[in-house]
Design a protein around this ligand. Structure first.
Ligand code: SF4
Length: 181
């Protein structure tokens, strides 16, 4: 696993997930300062960057591929990133985000959430929102993934270890560290 010889560029991405994996990333607490000393965070939901940049060394991607925006973005990420890491169980196997898959399409869940199960029946939102895919897909089913960090969410210590190894040019050895859920 190689990263650029200059100052490494890191991205964190939020696809179809609950943001819990990013909360775990923020749980690095003061270790975030150590990370900032080693690398630049060039794209993240916690930074005001609109376009996924070129030449990203490491991308931590939370969530599954659930809508058309997720689909377009994950392809762009793959094109522009050396090491793509699936961060958390949703990105790895669908997990919570994919619970609707057995229903065959998003329509029953949308009806339940916005019509049948809602007190005020606001109607199903359909403007300015990306269309949901019929089936939620884990990241590796859409693009190649270089590393997987399981957990719901992955513990901050695991994220810290894995990012440190990747920045050192090593593949993280997760034996004895794996925990789904
Ligand atoms: S893996 Fe868990 S914490 Fe992470 S986005 Fe999915 S549901 Fe949320």
């Amino acid at each position: 696993m190689s990263i650029s010889p200059k100052r490494p560029r890191i991205a964190t991405v939020w696809l179809g997930g609950c943001a819990g994996c990013h909360m775990s990333f923020l749980d690095l607490d003061e270790r975030l300062f150590d990370l900032a000393a080693l690398a630049d965070v060039v794209y993240s939901p916690i930074a005001d960057v609109k376009e996924y940049p070129e030449n990203v060394d490491i991308a931590l991607v939370e969530g599954a591929v659930a809508n058309e925006d997720n689909l377009e973005l994950i392809h762009r990420i793959r094109e522009r990133t050396r090491i793509l890491v699936a961060l958390g169980d949703c990105g790895i196997h669908g997990n919570v985000t994919a619970l609707r898959n057995p229903l065959g399409s998003p329509a029953p869940a949308l009806r339940r959430a916005y019509v049948a199960g809602a007190d005020t029946n606001p109607g199903i939102p359909n403007e300015s929102l990306p269309a949901l895919l019929d089936q939620v897909r884990p990241i590796h089913e859409v693009v190649p993934v270089d590393a997987f960090l399981p957990g719901c969410p992955p513990p901050a210590d695991l994220i810290h270890y894995a990012v440190g190894e990747l920045l050192a040019g090593r593949r993280p050895d997760l034996s004895g560290r794996l925990k789904f859920g």
